[in-house]
Design a protein around this ligand. Structure first.
Ligand code: SF4
Length: 334
């Protein structure tokens, strides 16, 4: 399976090879002189694809989501197996990723289609998307890994499935995503297929997001009032923005907006990304093409969520952006 993944463009890094890096299609597009569009993370949040390192510190995952495009069957892990993994240090992982990314983009140098300035900028990555494959919170030093990227002048996005709330509590990435793929426990089991039922832990993680939001509000208020932030408070801790991502699968979890809204009220995230399941990779073995909702269907669902959340949470939520090619809609708290 490792060999298959290597053929698909995954590059394993670090002494124990549980971390991986992969350049994405958008990086390839960004490098071209004529420019061929932008990743939705660029459109929504200003991430430059050519300066983004897409990586994971854990190729393993404790869920087996039906819509996942990764070959989960090979990398599923439960709590007993976790203890057997020998983990690399954050420095080893970051060094390995940056070195490998540089090697991967070096191939653009000789092409007449490459934009010279973009190529030069790409030598110094500014962002780590800790979301490539697997569940990052299984890596025991995720908080330190995030700090390691920050200490090298980079921002970080972490995408978690929410099954490890105590790790969610500890980490302070620039932006923290929680994938919420069900409006209730019953649908969660059908979507995520975990060995254990992690639903209560996912809800705890939503609470953690809510706590981070409250901390941020308090700090912003203090700043507005000219007060100093509490002594000893880490700089990075104050900057985490929160996102809940919902990946919609037709006939499975694109239903019950009220259920999602009740859960979103717990987290009160800065953003909600409502996204279509994409019929790619290994998900094609589990779901038919018709399970992929259209962009208009996703947009209508996102609008319903925004409206209900706006009227029921005391905060103002609105649809603020969308990317039709990626079938994703961005809902933002005012
Ligand atoms: S949590 Fe993410 S990586 Fe794990 S199975 Fe689900 S979609 Fe795939």
């Amino acid at each position: 399976m490792r060999k298959t993944l290597e053929k698909q463009g995954y590059h394993f890094v670090g002494p124990h090879k549980h971390s991986a890096v992969k350049t994405c299609l958008w990086l390839w597009k960004a490098m071209r002189r004529e420019g061929e569009g932008n990743c939705y993370k660029g459109k929504f949040y200003g991430i430059a694809a050519h300066r983004c390192v897409q990586m994971t510190p854990s190729i393993f995952c404790n869920q087996r989501c039906v819509h996942c495009w990764r070959p989960l069957e090979a990398f599923n892990i439960n709590e007993k197996k976790e203890e057997e993994v020998v983990w690399d240090s954050p420095e080893e992982i970051v060094d390995g990723c940056l070195k490998e990314q540089q090697r991967l983009i070096s191939g653009f140098k000789g092409s007449h289609k490459t934009d010279k300035n973009t190529f030069a900028e790409a030598q110094t990555p500014k962002h780590a998307a800790i979301s490539l494959i697997g569940e990052p919170t299984l890596y025991p030093q995720l908080a330190e890994l995030v700090q390691e990227f920050h200490s090298r002048g980079m921002t970080t996005f972490v995408v978690t499935n929410g099954t490890n709330p105590e790790v969610v509590r500890k980490i302070s990435p620039s932006q923290l995503y929680l994938s919420l793929n069900a409006p209730n426990e019953e649908i969660y089991k059908k979507v995520a297929h975990p060995d254990y039922n992690y639903w209560s832990r996912v809800k705890e993680s939503l609470e953690e997001l809510g706590r981070k939001g409250k901390e941020k509000e308090r700090e912003e208020k203090e700043r507005e009032e000219g007060e100093e932030a509490e002594e000893g408070e880490e700089e990075g801790k104050r900057r985490t923005r929160t996102v809940v991502r919902i990946t919609c699968v037709e006939g499975l979890n694109i239903q019950n907006p009220e259920g999602y809204v009740e859960l979103l009220k717990i987290a009160k995230p800065d953003f909600v990304e409502v996204k279509a399941f994409m019929h790619i990779g290994y998900s094609r073995r589990r779901l038919p093409r018709e399970a992929m909702p259209s962009h208009s269907r996703v947009k209508a669902f996102a609008s319903e969520i925004a409206e209900q959340l706006g009227s029921g949470s005391g905060a103002d939520y609105k649809v603020v952006n969308e990317s039709e090619v990626s079938r994703v809609v961005l809902v933002s708290k005012k």
